[in-house]
Design a protein around this ligand. Structure first.
Ligand code: AMP
Ligand code: ZN
Length: 111
């Protein structure tokens, strides 16, 4: 997706503070952090959001779910963190490339 912001980050076409990457995903710091630590974890594959996943994505999405806690630990979030994924217009999704927010580094307000 040539006009996708997160594909551009993935392809190093625009800069980002990348803290983790592997064959399926990468994680970088949110440009407008809503917590002391605010990361975004994205699949390398362009998928719009959870609604866009198919059975063919099973390995990729399970890998990401297993990797999120490793990234959180690596970033020092040993006392807890929150993951959030917005899906679709009414959720406030702004970037239509699947991403998991990781928020932590201090007390987070209850949902
Ligand atoms: P969402 O509303 O769930 O689609 O979240 C999109 C997130 O992407 C927001 O928290 C933005 O602050 C973040 N964001 C937008 N542009 C960039 C960028 N260039 N680098 C890092 N994060 C970004
Ligand atoms: Zn994309």
């Amino acid at each position: 997706m040539s006009d996708c912001l997160f594909c551009k980050i993935k392809n190093s076409e625009i800069p980002a503070d990348v803290v983790y990457e592997d064959e399926h995903c990468l994680a970088f710091r949110d440009i407008q952090p809503k917590a002391a630590v605010h990361l975004l974890v994205i699949p390398r594959k362009h998928v719009e959001n959870l609604d866009d996943l198919t059975d063919d994505d099973s390995e990729m999405i399970s890998h990401i779910m297993l990797t999120i806690p490793r990234i959180a630990r690596q970033q020092g979030l040993v006392e807890g963190y929150r993951t959030v994924t917005n899906n679709g217009a009414m959720s406030g999704q702004e970037v239509y490339h699947l991403h998991f927010h990781i928020l932590g580094g201090g007390k987070i307000n209850p949902l």
